[in-house]
Design a protein around this ligand. Sequence first.
Ligand code: COA
Length: 251
Amino acid sequence: MSSNVKTSTADRVVEIEIHRPEKKNALTGEMYEAMSAAFDRADEDPAVHVIFLHGQADCFTAGNDLADFLSAGRGEGVASPAAGFLAAIRTARKPVVAAVGGVAVGIGTTMLLHFDLVYAAPHSRFQMPFVPLGLAPEGGSSLLLPMLAGYQRAAELLLLGRPFGAEKAMAAGLVNEVIPAERLLAHAREAALAVAALPVESVRITKELLRRPHARALEERMAEELRLFGERLHSPEAKAAMGAFFERKKG
Ligand code: COA
């Protein structure tokens, strides 16, 4: 279990906290593995009804650790811990509630497309900078985002890859409600508890029915995205863009 991922269970809710604040909660392989394991355990445990995922009130996650991307071996994309986490959230049978405060970059935004209830603080900042980084969309975003937000909005967010705020995320359908930062975690936790108290079999059936129409297409698209992403990781464009991030930090 990673020390940067904290889990606890109470009142039929598994709470998973991403906790690496000194690196803006950037996700390492170990952290993905810890989160995947928590999702798998929740899925198997009949005493767990809901998963609640969050960072801190001022930071969700800056996405994949860019240093890990830079050192990734060839072909790693498809079998990586990140791919395992994406599979875990794609197949999660129990509802997932998320609270987003601060930055939600890359997979920090795309994972939300798989969740059931998403609450965000007014200052939260979303971004899918795959194209500026010389990469390719991941997390099923090339399929789910146009379905959710409409083609032009999805194209803007994925092609330009610029940061956007909570209101825009809500308009795109990524966020259910914008909640003041000081109440964000409590509000999202309350929602998780409310779902956890509902008839569990009705909840399960409803989530399954909601997901079913696109389940096969999503699985195929995510596999294709992973393959392309893995190829792009080794492109000169990606190496230059990610190298520039760390150079900027030194300068
Ligand atoms: N991978 C590795 N380290 C990261 C990181 C990432 N994705 N995001 C942030 N960090 C590190 C920074 O290098 C810095 O470390 P240092 O203090 O040792 O130099 C620390 O976290 C704080 O980040 P900083 O950039 O100073 O914070 P900020 O508030 O100015 O900016 C972000 C926050 C998230 C906007 C900015 O860090 C960023 O753009 N990160 C990269 C996001 C990204 O491209 N993710 C991958 C998407 S596919």
